[in-house]
Design a protein around this ligand. Structure first.
Ligand code: AVJ
Ligand code: FE
Length: 439
């Protein structure tokens, strides 16, 4: 992006907006109108809310703010302000119906293409208007992943279909070693990086070992079979309280079938695939598994160093494989496959340290609270990140099969409550070297 001419950048933005809208349309056209207005879980909005919310944010930022044009539907700003109404309360609001919502997002988009035509995009610094388009593309993609999670929660026959992910895997050592030393974390140059990824800053990370791949269902089953859910030794105090209160026994969407486990996945009931990364576990379950395995979760500093640091040049790259935008051979992204690929896949996506599948497949819980980097400045609005900073939220890294490439990179930070399980989250473990392993 950094090298594109103004016209090429404009064409790129237009293509990304169109590609993103096709995904939103697929997710909302896959079910009937009754389903679109149904709340499938108190954790989620009805799909029709997400659709109109995406349009409303696009109207606010691109039509009114960047374009300086007149408001299209000022009367509905409040309905689609995520801070005004909790998800659980949204179905009771006088929302736009499916037909109105589709018309509305279409009207906004037509205006946005006018704005794009006449907006200079040159100089892509944080404050430039090109960023606003990138932010809106990412915002819609983030809601597309949220809508995919809503699809996973809905009951009934399958509504979505996709090719299975690649199944060719390599036999790999279980852990990789990342030598201690400084590296550059975050970014000041990535054009569409959000405020919480900025600025670039030096961080010292001590020697550590990281699991080569995310923890698999097979490994996680061993924790279940060893009584991990019944042993408070492995759980933090808050984690154990949650485990008791919610009566957790396995990842969300798993069910017992005699002596085996099945999982429900977008309307299919299937045996739990042991080679695939575990998904739909909370931070607290990830933390308990790691303790049981004699390990811990990585900090987000460790995760990012493993994913970006190139010891050959001393530079931090955009992605584990280098600076190229993700292609299908690098990572399982973009809802191309509706499940993670088996651990050990995606050889072309390996990081310099040898770790695999850091980008795509499953979001990875880290042990870190969601906090600002030194020098953080809220942009363009406090409610994107700043109001969430603190110890209530844990950072997740790397994106999932449901995350679009436009909304995922080596610096991207996601966050959620440590009890959440409906997101496409798994984890990998890290550990500090034992005394006898040090040279
Ligand atoms: C970054 C995924 C936590 O969905 O709450 C969407 C993204 N912000 N609309 C969320 C977001 C505003 C956000 N996460
Ligand atoms: Fe939003």
């Amino acid at each position: 992006l950094a090298e594109l001419s103004d016209d090429d950048l404009r064409a790129h933005v237009a293509a990304e907006l169109a590609r993103t809208r096709r995904r939103s349309a697929e997710l909302t056209d896959a079910v009937d109108d009754e389903d679109l207005v149904t709340q499938h879980s108190p954790l989620m909005s009805p799909l029709v809310w997400d659709l109109a919310h995406v349009g409303s944010q696009e109207e606010l930022w691109l039509v009114r703010d960047v374009g300086g044009a007149e408001a299209i539907r000022p009367d509905i700003d409040d309905l689609y302000d995520a801070f005004q109404h909790a998800r659980a309360d949204r179905p009771q609001l006088p929302l736009l119906g499916p037909t109105e919502a589709r018309e509305y997002v279409g009207t906004v988009r037509e205006k946005v293409f006018d704005v794009l035509e006449r907006t200079p995009l040159e100089g892509r610094r944080l404050v430039d208007q090109g960023f606003a388009f990138g932010m809106i593309v990412q915002h819609e993609q983030q809601h597309d992943e949220t809508m995919l999670a809503t699809h996973q929660l809905r009951k009934g026959p399958p509504a979505l279909a996709a090719e299975p992910p690649p199944s060719d895997v390599d036999v790999l050592p279980p852990e990789v070693f990342v030598p201690g030393g400084p590296f550059t974390m975050g970014t000041s140059t990535e054009p569409w990086a959000l405020d919480n990824e900025r600025p670039a800053h030096q961080v010292h990370v001590a020697d550590f070992y990281l699991d080569t791949t995310p923890v698999t269902n097979g490994q996680y089953l061993a924790f279940i079979d060893a009584g991990g859910y019944d042993d408070p030794r492995w759980w933090s105090e808050a984690g154990w309280a949650y485990r008791q209160r919610a009566d957790l026994r396995a990842p969300r969407f798993w069910q017992r079938d005699g002596d085996r486990w099945l999982r429900r996945r977008f309307g299919h009931l299937e045996p739990v695939p042991e080679a695939e990364p575990v998904v739909h576990v909370s931070f607290f379950e990830a933390e308990a598994y790691a303790a049981w395995a004699g390990k811990r979760l990585p900090t987000e500093q460790e995760w990012e160093k493993a994913a970006r640091f190139d010891p050959a040049t001393g530079r931090s790259r955009r992605y584990p494989w280098g600076d190229d935008d993700p292609r299908p051979e690098h990572a399982n992204l973009g809802q191309r496959h509706l499940q993670p690929a088996p651990a050990g896949a995606y050889r072309a996506g390996a990081a310099p340290c040898g770790a695999r599948q850091l980008i795509g497949d499953v979001w990875e819980w880290t042990s870190s609270d969601f906090l600002p980097y030194p020098g953080f400045a809220a942009f363009p609005y406090r409610e994107y990140s700043e109001v969430f900073f603190g110890s209530e939220y844990k950072v997740l890294r790397g994106g999932s099969f449901g995350t679009d490439r436009a909304a995922c990179r080596g610096t991207f930070r996601n966050w959620d409550f440590p009890i959440r399980r409906q997101i496409f989250a798994g984890f990998r473990c890290a550990r500090t070297p034992r005394a006898e392993e040090l040279g």
